[in-house]
Design a binder for this molecule. Structure first.
Ligand SMILES: NC(=O)c1ccc[n+]([C@@H]2O[C@H](COP(=O)([O-])OP(=O)(O)OC[C@H]3O[C@@H](n4cnc5c(N)ncnc54)[C@H](O)[C@@H]3O)[C@@H](O)[C@H]2O)c1
Length: 266
């Protein structure tokens, strides 16, 4: 483990911090010296994340789809901690099924949480970050491999995550072109062994069987852990990535690298 302190003196806000990738991210950023604000719908689990973090931090309830709550939350962060340096937009939901059977209300809900919620986060973070002197911000948007390639049974999810991919690049350019040192990058995990996959376990004899089946689709032969993704977030949050903006960072064990050569040995 590298020496602690890679994000020392930074204030980070992590949505979806009550579970999975978001929780691992909160723990990792705190371990490296950041003050972390955990934001989520789930109060009980969000507070549990705070108790798992090395350094001080706090939990604030947030529904990412509410612009009013975003405004209140960011104002509270500035009042309590004086600045906002890092926003990790991690809150998200998934649905799957046959494309033409997707209900409009499910399509709208996934767009609201995964894309509109993330847009609101970027908007209010940029407004807050540009008030700082000097300006130094990093926004990290958690997309998915489904944000760069389609998925036959996850059309709505994939469309929402594709929106995240290009919104990220637009925010990055908008800030860079105006000379604001606010970076915006997206991370694209392959399957991550988190609570989000709990509903999928029922299609297999048990969780290990699900892991084995999913791992077969990943050239490196294993699913990602929440900690794998948290380490990538840490890099983008730190000054180590200070020239990176608008990047599409694949953290996918080679899933989207191309076709595998398995056929040549058949
Ligand atoms: N697990 C995977 O295989 C995987 C793969 C690629 C990308 N992702 C993405 O990573 C992110 C985190 O996924 P995870 O696996 O940790 O999922 P998770 O289900 O473990 O955690 C998601 C968190 O988001 C919160 N949340 C949901 N709706 C919210 C809302 N409206 N407002 C505030 N918080 C809300 C939930 O309460 C939960 O704590 C998601 O954006 C997901 O799409 C996950």
């Amino acid at each position: 483990m590298p020496e602690a302190g890679r994000v020392r003196n930074k204030v980070a806000l992590v949505t979806g911090g009550a579970s999975g990738i978001g929780r691992a991210t909160c723990i990792r950023l705190a371990q490296e010296g950041a003050t972390v604000v955990v934001a989520d719908l789930n109060q009980e689990q969000g507070k549990k994340t705070v108790s798992m973090m090395a350094a001080g931090g706090s939990f604030i309830e947030l529904d990412v789809t509410s612009e009013t709550r975003w405004q209140e939350l960011i104002a509270q962060v500035i009042t309590e901690f004086g600045q906002l340096n890092v926003l990790v937009n991690c809150a998200g939901i998934g649905i799957s099924g046959v494309f033409e059977e997707t209900r409009l209300q499910d399509w709208q809900r996934i767009m609201d949480v995964n894309l509109t919620g993330l847009f609101l986060g970027c908007k209010h973070a940029v407004l807050a970050m540009q008030q700082a002197e000097p300006i130094n911000g990093s926004i990290i948007n958690i997309s998915s491999i489904a944000g760069v390639v389609g998925g036959g049974d996850i059309a709505a999810y994939s469309a929402s995550k594709g929106g995240v991919t290009t919104l990220t690049k637009s925010v990055a350019l908008s800030c860079a072109e105006r000379g604001m040192n606010i970076r915006c990058n997206s991370i694209h995990p392959t399957y991550v062994d988190s609570e989000m996959l709990d509903p999928i376990v029922e299609f297999y004899p048990d969780r290990d069987a699900m892991r084995a089946a999913m791992s077969e689709n990943i050239p490196m032969g294993r699913m990602a852990t929440p900690e794998d993704i948290a380490n990538s977030v840490l890099f983008l949050a730190s000054e180590e990535s200070s020239i990176m903006t608008g990047a599409t960072m694949m953290v996918d064990g080679g899933t989207t690298a191309g076709v595998t050569s398995k056929h040549s040995s058949d």
